[in-house]
Write a protein that binds this ligand. Structure first.
Ligand code: NAD
Length: 480
């Protein structure tokens, strides 16, 4: 079968080290800026998936037997092929995801960072006790074949989060990207399979949700590592329970950002703006509920409004554009619906335009919206909106702000903005979230674990905990 490349406009799955075009009709991948078709992606059949699982099980024997250092050698080669192809990948990312080219370049850099973090990781095996009476060793074994499922907001970075630490651990992987953004993942699978042994990393795609379900149910898969919505995460956990498959679930969020009364609005506004609008707000750890004290409310809202008015939104391919459209029609409809609901219930739009119904829109562009007169009870505040809308709410006391920040089923990220760093730490300690930042928001890398509290997730990616997530603890006690 012919090799397929992004340049030729034909994309194939990679199964057992070879391109597979899939027996069924391929599906269209849409450019969210103008609704045009970027390319077609293959549809995986059950037989294709069985072949991927069987290849991954076979490859596991030799891959898991390699030394940690040898596997790092492969990760280095994967990082090298990414680097060589980064321009073509960034362009493809803009076309299928919609983000601005600057943000596409940034995403590839972040993905490369995770590879480097995995390359720098230490093996967790440990001599736990060594006395006259006994020796106790904590040894870690790779879990086996891992099914990875990713979302459409950061297809390249989410792939890197999973496969860098996953392959390092000695597991083999079958990855299914989102049906909205499969192309970069397919292209990377092709590149990585030039350097990896066959079967170590397969990528399968389909427009139908059933492919994800097949992966979760498959008896040849030992663990599911999932990034996506809380609703799908719950379903996956339920299904995985039938076979006691391990799960790592990186799920939705509704992050609060609390501005403390001592903060300077002009100083904190650019950082909070970025945290809310990066990737057009389609970030699990976007700042989505902004709490500002009454004393500096007007000045802070004005500073946000100035940021929003100057934001370079548009076609991600155009020079200077940073923020692109929403990725897909469903997301456009949802953000529009939540915005209309807020406006119907008394919210005031400080900056922004009401987007037209989808049938009257060319692509999925929603320009940045800053809202005031918003409160809990409105859907835009209570639900994960995942779009470029910033609801700003005032508060009277810091204790009240903390209580309201915690009043959500989510617990992914949060931030505190202040010129008093001790006070910042004190407030951060009271927020129930996987990561709380002080004077920044959303910075993650693979050196430290990332994961959600409450309904935002189970387990971690990155750091020691992220590596352990692919390993089974194996204790050996030797009596002397
Ligand atoms: P989604 O849950 O709809 O889909 C995510 C992935 O799951 C896709 O590949 C999809 O095809 C697959 N899927 C759908 N139904 C499935 C099923 N029944 N079984 C198995 N797989 C299934 O989420 P989305 O709309 O693609 O992504 C947006 C969500 O992802 C947001 O909630 C966002 O917060 C979350 N997210 C979380 C993180 C994190 O690290 N916590 C990172 C990025 C995105």
């Amino acid at each position: 079968m012919s090799a397929t490349t992004a340049a030729s406009g034909r994309f194939a799955m990679m199964i057992d080290g070879a391109p597979v075009e899939g027996g069924e009709a391929p599906f269209d991948v849409i450019n969210p800026f103008d609704g045009s078709v970027v390319a077609k992606a293959p549809t995986c059949s059950k037989a294709d998936l069985d072949k991927a699982v069987s290849a991954a099980r076979t490859a596991f024997k030799s891959w898991s037997a390699l030394s940690f250092e040898d596997r790092k050698g492969y990760l280095k080669k994967m990082a090298e092929v990414t680097e060589k192809n980064k321009d073509a990948l960034a362009e493809l990312l803009v076309l299928e995801q919609g983000k601005g080219r600057i943000q596409a370049d940034y995403e590839i850099m972040a993905a490369q960072g995770w590879f480097q973090n995995a390359i720098d990781a230490e093996h967790p095996n440990k001599l736990f006790e060594d006395t006259k009476e006994q020796k106790v060793q904590k040894l870690y074994r790779p879990l086996g074949v891992v099914g990875c499922i990713t979302a459409w907001n950061f297809p390249i970075a989410l792939m890197a989060f999973k496969i860098s630490f996953g392959l390092l651990s000695g597991c083999t992987i079958i990855l299914k990207p989102s049906e909205n953004t499969p192309l970069c993942t397919l292209e990377l699978a092709r590149l990585y399979n030039e350097v990896l042994p066959p079967g170590v990393l397969s990528v399968v795609t389909s427009e139908k949700k059933e492919l994800g379900e097949w992966l979760v149910k498959h008896p040849g898969i030992d663990k599911i590592s999932f990034t996506g919505s809380t609703a799908t995460g719950k379903r996956i956990m339920q299904t995985a329970a039938e076979s006691l498959k391990r799960v790592t679930l990186e799920l939705g969020g509704n992050d609060p950002a609390i501005v403390l009364p001592d903060a300077d609005p002009a100083k904190v506004a650019p950082g909070i703006f970025q945290a809310a609008f990066f990737n057009s707000g389609q970030v699990c750890i976007a700042a989505k509920r902004i709490f500002v004290p009454e004393s500096i409310f007007d000045a802070t809202v004005e500073a946000f409004a100035n940021e929003a008015k100057n934001a370079p939104f548009g076609n991600g391919l155009d020079k200077g554009v940073v923020f692109g459209p929403l990725n897909n029609g469903m997301q456009y409809d949802r953000v529009r619906e939540l915005l209309m609901d807020a406006l119907d219930n008394g919210a005031e739009m400080v900056v922004g335009e009401v987007p037209p119904p989808r049938e009257d829109a060319k692509g999925y562009m929603i320009k940045p919206v800053v809202l005031k007169n918003v409160k809990e009870g409105m859907r835009i505040v209570d639900e994960e909106q995942f779009g470029p809308v910033m609801p700003v709410m005032s508060y009277k006391t810091v204790d009240e702000a903390i209580e309201r920040a915690n009043n959500t089923e989510y617990g992914l990220g949060a931030s505190v903005w202040t010129s008093d760093l001790d006070k910042g730490d004190e407030v951060a300690a009271q927020i129930n979230a996987g990561t709380v930042w002080v004077n920044t928001h959303g910075e993650i890398d693979g050196t430290v674990a990332f994961g959600g509290a409450k309904c935002s997730g189970v387990g971690h990616e990155g750091g020691t905990e992220g590596l352990l997530a692919f390993l089974q603890l194996h204790v050996v006690k030797t009596k002397r």
